[in-house]
Design a protein around this ligand. Structure first.
Ligand code: DC
Length: 226
């Protein structure tokens, strides 16, 4: 029997506002791959907890919602602006610490990677634990970073916040806190896989970052970059 080839998997991890989401989409476009923002799967589950009137800090409610989300997930839900609200963001960071939540969503993410929509020849997944936990045998792993100062300025621009010093100090402090929480949590903390290629986006444009990453891919798999 002629077994279909497994999809090529590209893992992109990094902290909030490092540019990993922008890179993941551009890379998937350039290669004709499917793309999965794994943070969105956590957001869908968090939204379900809130909509059912549950408390996101209640482990049982969070795990039930994550299992439901993983059982019924529709791709449209991942693109719904309703998962981007501040309330959902806060709830997401609470539910993502529970191992039962991570297990359910990790299983769904692995299924997506093994069988991407539309029969795409590969998939780009971005998140915090893709190269370490979700797809430890990914074909390529990139860990995307930028200094907290640069990420604070990017976030102010993205959210169209006032460009004053008080706002900058508050956004920077918040980012440092999120980094600390993401990297010190017990379950699947944010860290670079040992075999990840580090990409510092601090001095680069989005096109510049894409160019650096494509150059790495071309070196090992020129067949993917035609
Ligand atoms: O990337 P984002 O801001 O949409 O992520 C939302 C939340 O989900 C954030 O608190 C980190 C968490 N997350 C996670 O724990 N593991 C992932 N693979 C992706 C996101």
């Amino acid at each position: 029997m002629n077994k279909a080839k497994s999809p090529v998997i590209i893992a992109i991890d990094g902290p909030a506002v490092s540019g990993k989401g922008t890179l993941a989409k551009a890379l998937a476009d350039a290669l004709g791959f499917a793309c999965l923002d794994t943070g969105a799967t956590y957001r869908v589950a968090a939204r379900m907890v809130l909509e059912s009137g549950g408390d996101p800090a209640d482990e049982r409610a969070a795990v039930v919602a994550a299992q439901e989300a993983a059982g019924a997930m529709e791709i449209d839900w991942l693109h719904d602006p309703a998962i981007r609200t501040e309330a959902v963001s806060r709830a997401t960071s609470k539910i993502s610490v529970f191992p039962g939540v991570r297990d359910a969503l990790t299983a769904w993410q692995r299924r997506f990677a093994a069988d991407p929509p539309g029969g795409a020849p590969g998939v780009v997944l971005d998140g915090r634990d893709i190269g370490t936990v979700v797809c430890p045998r990914a074909d390529f792993k990139f860990y995307v970073t930028a200094s907290p100062e640069i990420r604070a300025r990017r976030l102010i621009q993205k959210l169209q916040l006032p460009a004053d010093e008080v706002t900058y100090d508050a956004v920077l402090a918040d980012l440092r806190e999120r980094d600390a929480r993401d990297s010190t949590r017990e379950s699947a903390p944010l860290r670079a896989a040992e075999d990840a290629i580090l990409v510092d986006t601090s001095g680069l444009s989005a096109d510049g970052v894409l160019g650096v990453v494509l150059a790495h891919i071309r070196q090992r798999r020129p067949d993917l970059c035609r």
